[in-house]
Design a protein around this ligand. Structure first.
Ligand code: SF4
Length: 240
């Protein structure tokens, strides 16, 4: 299916319960541009974790100005963040994989799940060429509670670049500094020549040392370390 056909099919099927979810990397800007040309009423969502680089905030403003829209910033629950930071510190993610997952849960996963409760489907900028788990993606992924729509699934990096140039789209300034994948400021850095596209994310974590994080309770139930940490954070946030 052609890219615009995927977008039109998603609009026909999901109508007002559609959204675009983007972190303003190249692909997300391409998707935003295509969707805005087709139906400018579709909301553009981003997760503002509270730890984004300043350059990402500049990209959000650039997109808002170009399309005359307000990007919806999905934010974490303040009480949950406060509970996590007071228990583990603001930069807890450097201490263990479980603490990094806890931070991603509190700042990204939980706020997104709350916002997505009213969404039927959302556009993302995934491409098969990016490899890993993305190598097998379909245009319509119906495996989750919301349908994930990837109109760029069959695009190459060169396709993205060409479209960006032809449409004179804004480009995140961190690409010029050697970044190839852009997330939260303290968890992302530029990559060296020959490193994989996502090597700059959580670079301090050693693949070989990553544990499954499972342990067993007194009654024999398996629990992940991150689940135990999260339960503690949520208990404190409710009590606060
Ligand atoms: S990427 Fe880093 S700062 Fe952002 S939510 Fe995950 S652990 Fe926290």
């Amino acid at each position: 299916m052609q890219t615009q056909d995927v977008i039109r099919a998603a609009i026909a099927e999901f109508g007002p319960s559609l959204a675009v979810l983007t972190s303003f990397q190249r692909e997300g800007i391409v998707i935003t541009d295509m969707v805005m040309q087709t139906d400018a009423s579709i909301p553009i969502l981003t997760i503002d974790t509270g730890r984004l680089p300043t350059a990402t905030h500049r990209m959000i403003h650039a997109v808002e100005e170009r399309y005359g829209i307000t990007v919806e910033r999905i934010q974490p629950d303040e009480a949950e963040v406060s509970s996590m930071v007071s228990s583990h510190g603001r930069n807890l993610f450097y201490d263990s994989v479980a603490q990094r997952m806890l931070c991603c849960n509190v700042r990204k996963v939980r706020p997104l799940a709350r916002r997505m409760a009213g969404v039927g489907a959302y556009f993302v900028g995934l491409r098969r060429e990016q490899g890993g788990e993305r190598a097998g993606i379909e245009e319509f992924d119906r495996s989750g509670p919301q349908v994930k729509v990837s109109p760029l699934a069959g695009w190459t990096a060169a396709d993205v670049e060409r479209y960006t140039r032809d449409r004179d789209l804004p480009v995140h300034e961190l690409y010029a500094e050697g970044y190839t994948s852009i997330g939260c400021d303290p968890c992302t850095r530029a990559v060296a020549l020959g490193e994989s596209e996502r090597a700059g994310r959580w670079w301090w974590e050693d693949e070989a040392n990553k544990e499954c994080g499972l342990h067993f309770t007194a009654d024999g139930r398996a629990e992940r370390t991150v689940d135990v940490l999260l339960r503690d954070v949520l208990t404190r946030s409710v009590a606060a």
